[in-house]
Design a protein around this ligand. Structure first.
Ligand SMILES: *Cc1c(COP(=O)(O)O)cnc(C)c1O
Length: 376
Protein backbone atom coordinates (compact mmCIF):
# COMPACT_ATOMS: atom_id res chain seq x y z
CA UNK A 1 0.00 0.00 0.00
CA UNK A 2 1.33 3.43 -0.95
CA UNK A 3 0.92 5.56 2.15
CA UNK A 4 2.07 9.16 2.41
CA UNK A 5 2.85 11.12 5.57
CA UNK A 6 0.95 14.02 3.97
CA UNK A 7 -1.09 13.75 0.76
CA UNK A 8 -1.26 17.26 -0.66
CA UNK A 9 -1.62 15.99 -4.24
CA UNK A 10 -4.65 13.83 -3.45
CA UNK A 11 -6.26 16.85 -1.81
CA UNK A 12 -5.43 19.07 -4.79
CA UNK A 13 -7.10 16.68 -7.26
CA UNK A 14 -10.47 17.41 -5.61
CA UNK A 15 -10.22 21.20 -6.02
CA UNK A 16 -8.10 21.23 -9.16
CA UNK A 17 -10.61 22.90 -11.50
CA UNK A 18 -11.20 25.83 -9.17
CA UNK A 19 -7.53 26.25 -8.24
CA UNK A 20 -6.24 26.02 -11.79
CA UNK A 21 -8.75 28.64 -12.96
CA UNK A 22 -7.80 31.02 -10.14
CA UNK A 23 -4.07 30.69 -10.92
CA UNK A 24 -4.62 31.16 -14.66
CA UNK A 25 -6.77 34.24 -13.99
CA UNK A 26 -3.96 35.90 -12.03
CA UNK A 27 -1.30 34.96 -14.57
CA UNK A 28 -3.38 36.42 -17.39
CA UNK A 29 -3.78 39.68 -15.50
CA UNK A 30 -0.14 39.81 -14.40
CA UNK A 31 -0.99 39.96 -10.66
CA UNK A 32 1.88 38.44 -8.71
CA UNK A 33 2.39 40.17 -5.37
CA UNK A 34 -0.22 41.71 -3.05
CA UNK A 35 -3.33 43.21 -4.66
CA UNK A 36 -6.97 42.17 -4.53
CA UNK A 37 -6.38 38.43 -4.09
CA UNK A 38 -4.29 38.99 -0.95
CA UNK A 39 -6.73 41.56 0.45
CA UNK A 40 -9.68 39.25 -0.09
CA UNK A 41 -7.91 36.31 1.53
CA UNK A 42 -6.88 38.45 4.52
CA UNK A 43 -10.51 39.49 5.00
CA UNK A 44 -11.91 35.97 4.72
CA UNK A 45 -9.23 34.48 6.97
CA UNK A 46 -9.72 37.22 9.59
CA UNK A 47 -13.46 36.55 9.61
CA UNK A 48 -12.82 32.81 9.98
CA UNK A 49 -10.34 33.19 12.84
CA UNK A 50 -12.27 35.98 14.52
CA UNK A 51 -9.50 38.57 14.42
CA UNK A 52 -10.15 42.23 13.65
CA UNK A 53 -6.92 42.57 11.65
CA UNK A 54 -5.12 40.01 9.50
CA UNK A 55 -1.82 40.66 7.76
CA UNK A 56 -0.53 38.06 5.29
CA UNK A 57 3.21 37.53 5.15
CA UNK A 58 5.82 35.27 3.59
CA UNK A 59 5.87 32.38 6.10
CA UNK A 60 5.15 31.44 9.68
CA UNK A 61 8.67 32.16 10.87
CA UNK A 62 8.44 35.73 9.58
CA UNK A 63 5.05 36.06 11.25
CA UNK A 64 6.65 35.30 14.62
CA UNK A 65 9.62 37.59 14.00
CA UNK A 66 7.44 40.51 12.90
CA UNK A 67 5.18 39.99 15.93
CA UNK A 68 8.17 40.27 18.28
CA UNK A 69 9.35 43.40 16.45
CA UNK A 70 5.87 44.95 16.62
CA UNK A 71 5.61 44.69 20.41
CA UNK A 72 8.87 46.61 20.71
CA UNK A 73 11.19 44.02 22.24
CA UNK A 74 14.70 45.28 23.00
CA UNK A 75 17.90 43.20 23.04
CA UNK A 76 18.15 41.32 26.33
CA UNK A 77 14.40 41.11 26.89
CA UNK A 78 13.29 37.63 27.87
CA UNK A 79 10.68 35.67 25.95
CA UNK A 80 9.08 32.59 27.49
CA UNK A 81 8.41 29.71 25.16
CA UNK A 82 8.20 25.93 25.39
CA UNK A 83 11.37 24.01 24.62
CA UNK A 84 9.20 21.34 23.00
CA UNK A 85 8.44 23.11 19.71
CA UNK A 86 9.61 23.50 16.14
CA UNK A 87 12.81 25.53 16.16
CA UNK A 88 11.30 28.51 14.29
CA UNK A 89 9.61 29.66 17.51
CA UNK A 90 12.97 29.88 19.28
CA UNK A 91 15.04 31.04 16.34
CA UNK A 92 13.26 34.36 15.89
CA UNK A 93 13.74 35.18 19.57
CA UNK A 94 17.49 34.58 19.29
CA UNK A 95 17.79 36.40 15.95
CA UNK A 96 16.35 39.57 17.50
CA UNK A 97 18.91 39.28 20.33
CA UNK A 98 16.20 38.51 22.82
CA UNK A 99 16.70 35.73 25.33
CA UNK A 100 14.62 32.56 24.95
CA UNK A 101 13.60 31.30 28.38
CA UNK A 102 12.47 27.72 28.01
CA UNK A 103 9.38 26.43 29.75
CA UNK A 104 8.28 22.85 30.37
CA UNK A 105 5.24 21.30 28.75
CA UNK A 106 2.50 19.07 30.13
CA UNK A 107 3.21 15.44 29.24
CA UNK A 108 -0.43 14.90 28.30
CA UNK A 109 -1.19 17.88 26.03
CA UNK A 110 2.42 18.60 24.91
CA UNK A 111 1.62 22.28 25.55
CA UNK A 112 3.23 24.90 27.78
CA UNK A 113 3.02 24.27 31.54
CA UNK A 114 1.60 27.42 33.12
CA UNK A 115 2.94 26.62 36.61
CA UNK A 116 6.48 26.39 35.23
CA UNK A 117 5.84 29.50 33.12
CA UNK A 118 5.03 31.52 36.23
CA UNK A 119 8.24 30.42 37.94
CA UNK A 120 10.31 31.71 35.05
CA UNK A 121 8.97 35.26 34.92
CA UNK A 122 11.59 37.89 35.82
CA UNK A 123 11.83 41.69 35.63
CA UNK A 124 13.20 41.24 32.10
CA UNK A 125 10.33 39.12 30.79
CA UNK A 126 8.56 40.84 27.92
CA UNK A 127 6.48 38.22 26.14
CA UNK A 128 5.14 34.68 26.09
CA UNK A 129 4.93 32.59 22.93
CA UNK A 130 2.65 29.63 23.63
CA UNK A 131 2.68 27.04 20.84
CA UNK A 132 -0.51 25.13 20.02
CA UNK A 133 1.46 22.00 19.34
CA UNK A 134 0.20 19.31 16.96
CA UNK A 135 -3.10 21.18 16.52
CA UNK A 136 -4.34 21.55 20.10
CA UNK A 137 -4.74 24.87 21.88
CA UNK A 138 -2.53 25.67 24.83
CA UNK A 139 -4.40 26.68 28.02
CA UNK A 140 -4.99 30.24 26.83
CA UNK A 141 -7.21 31.39 29.68
CA UNK A 142 -4.51 30.68 32.26
CA UNK A 143 -1.80 32.11 30.00
CA UNK A 144 -3.71 35.37 29.42
CA UNK A 145 -4.31 35.72 33.18
CA UNK A 146 -0.60 35.38 33.94
CA UNK A 147 0.24 37.79 31.11
CA UNK A 148 -2.17 40.37 32.43
CA UNK A 149 -0.82 40.12 35.99
CA UNK A 150 2.74 40.71 34.79
CA UNK A 151 2.00 43.02 31.85
CA UNK A 152 3.41 40.63 29.25
CA UNK A 153 2.55 40.35 25.57
CA UNK A 154 1.19 37.02 24.33
CA UNK A 155 2.08 35.93 20.81
CA UNK A 156 0.34 32.69 19.83
CA UNK A 157 2.24 30.31 17.59
CA UNK A 158 -0.77 28.81 15.81
CA UNK A 159 1.26 27.43 12.89
CA UNK A 160 0.02 23.90 13.59
CA UNK A 161 -3.47 24.70 14.77
CA UNK A 162 -5.41 26.92 12.37
CA UNK A 163 -9.10 26.26 12.97
CA UNK A 164 -8.66 24.84 16.49
CA UNK A 165 -11.07 26.17 19.12
CA UNK A 166 -10.51 27.07 22.74
CA UNK A 167 -13.37 27.43 25.22
CA UNK A 168 -13.01 29.75 28.22
CA UNK A 169 -14.50 28.87 31.60
CA UNK A 170 -17.42 31.29 30.98
CA UNK A 171 -18.31 29.33 27.85
CA UNK A 172 -16.85 31.82 25.33
CA UNK A 173 -15.34 29.98 22.38
CA UNK A 174 -12.53 31.43 20.29
CA UNK A 175 -10.30 30.23 17.51
CA UNK A 176 -6.59 30.03 18.25
CA UNK A 177 -4.70 32.97 16.81
CA UNK A 178 -7.38 35.44 17.95
CA UNK A 179 -6.83 35.10 21.71
CA UNK A 180 -3.38 36.55 22.39
CA UNK A 181 -2.27 40.11 21.63
CA UNK A 182 -0.93 38.73 18.36
CA UNK A 183 -1.47 35.37 16.65
CA UNK A 184 0.79 33.83 14.02
CA UNK A 185 0.23 31.04 11.56
CA UNK A 186 1.95 29.27 8.67
CA UNK A 187 0.68 28.07 5.31
CA UNK A 188 3.60 25.72 4.68
CA UNK A 189 2.16 23.06 2.32
CA UNK A 190 1.79 20.36 4.98
CA UNK A 191 0.04 22.61 7.53
CA UNK A 192 -3.72 22.26 8.04
CA UNK A 193 -4.28 25.20 5.70
CA UNK A 194 -1.43 24.69 3.28
CA UNK A 195 -0.40 26.78 0.30
CA UNK A 196 1.43 25.44 -2.76
CA UNK A 197 4.53 27.24 -1.58
CA UNK A 198 5.32 29.38 1.46
CA UNK A 199 2.96 31.69 3.29
CA UNK A 200 2.02 32.98 6.71
CA UNK A 201 -0.34 35.35 8.50
CA UNK A 202 -0.44 37.55 11.58
CA UNK A 203 -3.64 38.28 13.54
CA UNK A 204 -4.45 40.95 16.07
CA UNK A 205 -7.45 42.74 17.52
CA UNK A 206 -5.37 45.86 18.26
CA UNK A 207 -5.53 48.49 15.50
CA UNK A 208 -2.24 50.15 16.48
CA UNK A 209 -0.40 46.83 16.50
CA UNK A 210 -1.97 45.95 13.14
CA UNK A 211 -0.68 49.16 11.63
CA UNK A 212 2.82 48.59 12.89
CA UNK A 213 2.81 44.91 11.78
CA UNK A 214 1.73 45.90 8.27
CA UNK A 215 4.45 48.53 8.20
CA UNK A 216 7.20 46.19 9.42
CA UNK A 217 6.24 43.59 6.80
CA UNK A 218 6.70 46.26 4.15
CA UNK A 219 10.20 47.60 4.92
CA UNK A 220 8.92 49.85 7.69
CA UNK A 221 7.03 52.11 5.32
CA UNK A 222 3.47 53.41 5.29
CA UNK A 223 4.15 55.75 2.40
CA UNK A 224 6.34 54.35 -0.33
CA UNK A 225 10.03 55.25 0.11
CA UNK A 226 9.45 56.88 3.53
CA UNK A 227 10.72 54.45 6.15
CA UNK A 228 9.56 55.09 9.72
CA UNK A 229 10.91 51.92 11.29
CA UNK A 230 13.31 49.12 10.42
CA UNK A 231 11.26 46.49 8.71
CA UNK A 232 11.57 43.34 6.67
CA UNK A 233 10.30 42.18 3.30
CA UNK A 234 7.58 39.68 4.03
CA UNK A 235 4.64 39.30 1.71
CA UNK A 236 2.31 36.66 0.34
CA UNK A 237 2.16 35.95 -3.39
CA UNK A 238 -1.18 36.63 -5.08
CA UNK A 239 -1.24 33.06 -6.41
CA UNK A 240 -0.80 31.60 -2.93
CA UNK A 241 -3.52 33.93 -1.58
CA UNK A 242 -5.95 32.77 -4.29
CA UNK A 243 -5.18 29.11 -3.57
CA UNK A 244 -5.52 29.64 0.17
CA UNK A 245 -8.80 31.50 -0.25
CA UNK A 246 -10.25 28.46 -2.03
CA UNK A 247 -8.81 26.05 0.53
CA UNK A 248 -10.11 28.18 3.42
CA UNK A 249 -13.68 27.34 2.35
CA UNK A 250 -12.74 23.65 2.90
CA UNK A 251 -10.77 24.11 6.12
CA UNK A 252 -13.50 22.92 8.50
CA UNK A 253 -14.08 19.88 6.31
CA UNK A 254 -10.30 19.21 6.22
CA UNK A 255 -10.03 19.48 10.00
CA UNK A 256 -13.04 17.20 10.41
CA UNK A 257 -11.31 14.62 8.17
CA UNK A 258 -8.20 14.85 10.38
CA UNK A 259 -10.28 14.41 13.53
CA UNK A 260 -12.00 11.39 12.01
CA UNK A 261 -8.63 9.83 11.12
CA UNK A 262 -7.42 10.46 14.68
CA UNK A 263 -10.50 8.79 16.14
CA UNK A 264 -9.94 5.73 13.92
CA UNK A 265 -6.31 5.49 15.03
CA UNK A 266 -7.46 5.84 18.66
CA UNK A 267 -9.84 2.91 18.20
CA UNK A 268 -7.08 0.69 16.82
CA UNK A 269 -4.72 1.53 19.70
CA UNK A 270 -7.25 1.51 22.54
CA UNK A 271 -6.04 -1.84 23.93
CA UNK A 272 -2.33 -1.32 23.27
CA UNK A 273 -0.81 -0.75 26.68
CA UNK A 274 2.64 0.20 25.36
CA UNK A 275 1.19 3.27 23.63
CA UNK A 276 -0.51 6.46 24.77
CA UNK A 277 -2.87 8.00 22.22
CA UNK A 278 -3.25 11.81 21.99
CA UNK A 279 -4.98 13.44 24.93
CA UNK A 280 -7.68 15.94 23.98
CA UNK A 281 -8.36 18.61 26.59
CA UNK A 282 -12.07 19.15 27.28
CA UNK A 283 -11.79 22.91 26.68
CA UNK A 284 -10.54 22.63 23.13
CA UNK A 285 -11.17 21.20 19.71
CA UNK A 286 -8.00 19.51 18.48
CA UNK A 287 -7.39 19.77 14.72
CA UNK A 288 -4.64 17.11 14.54
CA UNK A 289 -1.90 18.68 12.54
CA UNK A 290 -0.08 15.61 13.83
CA UNK A 291 -1.30 12.35 15.30
CA UNK A 292 1.41 11.72 17.86
CA UNK A 293 1.71 8.60 19.98
CA UNK A 294 3.89 8.13 23.03
CA UNK A 295 5.85 4.88 23.21
CA UNK A 296 6.03 4.49 26.97
CA UNK A 297 9.14 2.29 26.93
CA UNK A 298 11.14 5.24 25.59
CA UNK A 299 13.82 5.97 23.04
CA UNK A 300 15.16 2.50 22.24
CA UNK A 301 11.73 0.97 21.67
CA UNK A 302 10.45 4.08 19.89
CA UNK A 303 13.43 4.14 17.51
CA UNK A 304 13.03 0.41 16.85
CA UNK A 305 9.37 0.99 15.96
CA UNK A 306 10.35 3.81 13.60
CA UNK A 307 12.96 1.56 11.93
CA UNK A 308 10.40 -1.24 11.57
CA UNK A 309 7.87 1.13 9.95
CA UNK A 310 10.59 2.45 7.62
CA UNK A 311 11.38 -1.11 6.56
CA UNK A 312 7.71 -1.65 5.69
CA UNK A 313 7.36 1.66 3.83
CA UNK A 314 4.94 3.00 6.41
CA UNK A 315 5.89 6.67 6.95
CA UNK A 316 6.33 7.99 10.48
CA UNK A 317 8.21 10.99 11.88
CA UNK A 318 9.73 12.07 15.17
CA UNK A 319 8.54 15.59 15.99
CA UNK A 320 10.97 16.45 17.66
CA UNK A 321 13.97 14.25 18.49
CA UNK A 322 15.91 16.94 20.42
CA UNK A 323 14.34 19.61 22.64
CA UNK A 324 15.18 23.23 21.78
CA UNK A 325 17.09 23.79 25.01
CA UNK A 326 19.54 21.00 24.09
CA UNK A 327 20.06 21.96 20.43
CA UNK A 328 23.70 22.71 19.60
CA UNK A 329 22.89 26.19 18.25
CA UNK A 330 21.33 27.19 21.59
CA UNK A 331 23.93 25.94 24.06
CA UNK A 332 24.93 29.57 24.69
CA UNK A 333 21.81 29.96 26.85
CA UNK A 334 23.30 27.52 29.34
CA UNK A 335 20.73 24.74 29.52
CA UNK A 336 21.79 21.18 30.28
CA UNK A 337 20.31 17.73 30.05
CA UNK A 338 18.01 17.25 33.03
CA UNK A 339 16.83 20.88 33.08
CA UNK A 340 13.49 19.94 31.52
CA UNK A 341 12.67 16.33 32.38
CA UNK A 342 9.15 16.27 30.89
CA UNK A 343 10.26 17.72 27.59
CA UNK A 344 13.29 15.44 27.45
CA UNK A 345 11.15 12.39 28.19
CA UNK A 346 8.71 13.31 25.42
CA UNK A 347 11.46 13.62 22.82
CA UNK A 348 12.32 9.99 23.60
CA UNK A 349 8.71 8.76 23.40
CA UNK A 350 6.92 10.54 20.57
CA UNK A 351 6.23 9.18 17.11
CA UNK A 352 3.85 10.79 14.63
CA UNK A 353 1.87 8.71 12.14
CA UNK A 354 0.60 9.71 8.69
CA UNK A 355 -2.03 12.43 9.10
CA UNK A 356 -3.83 14.21 6.30
CA UNK A 357 -7.25 14.74 4.80
CA UNK A 358 -7.14 11.84 2.34
CA UNK A 359 -6.55 8.89 4.71
CA UNK A 360 -8.94 5.97 4.28
CA UNK A 361 -10.21 3.48 6.82
CA UNK A 362 -8.20 0.81 5.03
CA UNK A 363 -4.97 2.80 5.14
CA UNK A 364 -5.42 3.59 8.82
CA UNK A 365 -6.01 -0.08 9.61
CA UNK A 366 -2.87 -1.00 7.64
CA UNK A 367 -0.74 1.63 9.43
CA UNK A 368 -2.11 0.67 12.86
CA UNK A 369 -1.49 -3.04 12.24
CA UNK A 370 2.13 -2.31 11.36
CA UNK A 371 2.59 -0.12 14.44
CA UNK A 372 1.26 -2.90 16.64
CA UNK A 373 3.47 -5.46 14.90
CA UNK A 374 6.47 -3.15 15.26
CA UNK A 375 6.04 -3.03 19.03
CA UNK A 376 6.42 -6.82 19.41
C1 LIG B 1 5.68 25.39 10.69
C2 LIG B 1 5.92 26.06 11.98
C3 LIG B 1 6.49 27.35 12.08
C4 LIG B 1 7.10 28.07 10.91
O1 LIG B 1 6.35 28.19 9.78
P1 LIG B 1 7.07 28.37 8.36
O2 LIG B 1 5.94 28.80 7.47
O3 LIG B 1 7.64 27.05 7.98
O4 LIG B 1 8.09 29.43 8.50
C5 LIG B 1 6.57 27.92 13.32
N1 LIG B 1 6.15 27.29 14.42
C6 LIG B 1 5.64 26.05 14.39
C7 LIG B 1 5.20 25.41 15.66
C8 LIG B 1 5.53 25.38 13.17
O5 LIG B 1 5.04 24.14 13.15
Amino acid sequence: MNIKMVDTVGQYQKIKTEVDAAIAGLLEKGFYIGGAAVKQFEQNLGKYVGAAHTIACANGTDALQVALMAIGCKPGDEVLTPSFTYIATVEVIALLQLVPVFVEVHVDTFNIDVADLQKKITAKTKAIIPVHLYGQSADMEAIMEVAQQHDLAVIEDAAQAIGADYTFSDGTKKKVGSIGHIGCTSFYPSKNLGAYGDGGAIFTNDAALAESIRMICNHGQKTRYYHDSIGVNSRLDAIQAAILDIKLTHLDEYNTARRWAASRYDAHFAQVLELVTPFCAANGRHVFHQYTLKVLAGREKRDALKAFLDSKNVPAMIYYPVPSHLQTAYTCYGYKEGNMPHTEELTAQVISLPMHTELTEEQIAYIAAHVIEGLQ
